[in-house]
Design a protein around this ligand. Structure first.
Ligand code: PLP
Length: 402
């Protein structure tokens, strides 16, 4: 064995089991590949993006600049500055009809961190967390990192979660039901009746709900309902996760928040105090401006998403062999390609890889979402890119169809 190989072996075995089992984020990996191709001069049409392509509104950036100029550049309270927690409390009351006090709110480094903190705060070895699929793979990895078991509930198109789906997966170890509506990658929303039944089921058995509501503002025709707003019993069992990344085009600022029962929120704050501390003081001032300032730039962004969604659905529907599941929210379309898979391209991963290589169009294969036979197309990119990308997908389908 060479010295380099021996050293690599030592490092491999030195890594914790936890890390050896961790699968890196597939969407970030794909994005890195696209950026690499682009850097090499390949003009890739990137329809894999998971973030708004709009700039953060000017008044939000101005508040951050002012914070820096005024020297607001130090640690803050771990849970976030009181003014921001208060503003989030008001947001929950006005927009979601949930009465969380400031003491029931924690601000952190994006909703991703708050989800992880919630799992760590609640889960014991032996617990199970119900995760409907197709799903954002982060949930599964975070649940495994918390050393508990994800129990997958596989949904069929149009991917609308019902209480009966969850009921089948319940055991006496079920600790948490994870909800994400509108969902990544499908854009599907849980119907009000479904939410009510899930709430009944959770309260009857004292099961917690983690509700990831990051795409709440991106809905196309349906009013948004937070599960914690249904009644006091379910509110006591729910941790509502949200953030500024998607709704205010602030993915790089790394700021999100959670609302929930004070005891659980305090546990999450203690954990955060010993791991990351507060999120950026500057991002917190920006977030206050986001909530307090004009919502007009956000409305413009949402109107544009609605236009693009309509275009993408009708354009994809003209391509024979694709099964287009119309999203009710978020900025993704989940597209079925089972009819197009063949010996050469037997999986969505291989099909999407060939699409990238041959047509230089990037979409995310559904294996990244614990599902097979689909890809996720993001319409968080310009109309020109969408037109160009869909034209190329059409050509690729025509050339490669079985
Ligand atoms: N939740 C879902 C469903 C997401 O798709 C994402 C990002 O893609 C996040 C949470 C993470 O958001 P944040 O930037 O607030 O960490």
């Amino acid at each position: 064995m060479t010295l380099a190989k021996a050293r690599a072996f030592v490092y491999m075995t030195a890594l914790s089991n936890r890390i050896q089992q961790l699968r890196p984020s597939p969407t970030f990996a794909l994005d890195a590949k696209v950026k690499q191709l682009q850097a090499a001069g390949d003009p890739v049409v990137n329809l894999g993006l998971g973030e708004p392509d709009f700039p953060t509104p000017q008044h939000i950036c101005a508040a951050a600049t002012q914070a820096m100029q005024e020297g607001f550049t130090h640690y803050t309270q771990v849970a976030g500055v009181p003014e921001l927690r208060q503003a989030i409390s008001e947001k929950f009351r006005k927009e979601n009809n949930i009465a969380y006090q400031s003491s029931e709110i924690v601000v952190g480094v994006g909703s991703k961190q708050l989800l992880y903190n919630a799992f760590l705060a609640l889960c014991q070895n032996g617990d199970e967390v119900i995760v409907p699929t197709p799903t954002w793979s982060t949930y599964i990895e975070q649940i495994k990192l918390a050393e508990v078991t994800p129990v997958v509930v596989t949904l069929e198109a149009p991917f609308k979660l019902k209480a009966s789906d969850i009921e089948k997966a319940l055991t006496d170890k079920t600790k948490i039901i994870l909800l994400n509506s509108p969902g990544n990658p499908t854009g599907a929303m849980i119907e009000l009746e479904g939410l009510e039944k899930i709430a009944e089921l959770a309260t009857a058995r004292n099961i917690f709900v983690i509700s990831d509501e990051i795409y709440e503002k991106m809905t196309y025709g349906k009013p948004y309902v937070s599960i914690a707003s249904l009644n006091d019993e379910i509110k006591k069992l729910t941790i509502t996760i949200n953030g500024f990344s998607k709704s205010y085009a602030m993915t790089g600022w790394r700021i999100g928040y959670a609302g929930g029962p004070q005891e659980i929120i305090e546990a999450m704050i203690s954990l955060q105090g010993q791991t990351t501390s507060c999120t950026s003081s500057i991002a917190q001032k920006a977030a206050i401006a986001a909530l307090a300032g004009s919502q007009e730039p956000i409305q413009r962004m949402l109107d544009e998403f609605a236009k693009r969604r309509a275009f993408v659905i009708s354009a994809l529907k003209t391509i024979p062999g694709l099964d287009v599941v119309e999203p009710e929210g978020a900025f993704y379309v989940f597209v079925g390609i089972q009819k197009l898979l063949n010996e050469k391209y037997p999986t969505s991963a291989s099909w999407c890889q060939a699409l990238l290589e041959k047509e230089k169009v990037s979409v995310v294969p559904s294996e990244a979402f614990e599902y097979s036979g689909y890809f996720r197309l993001s319409f968080a990119t310009s109309m020109e890119q969408l037109e160009e990308g869909i034209k190329k997908i059409k050509r690729f389908v025509e050339v490669t169809k079985p």
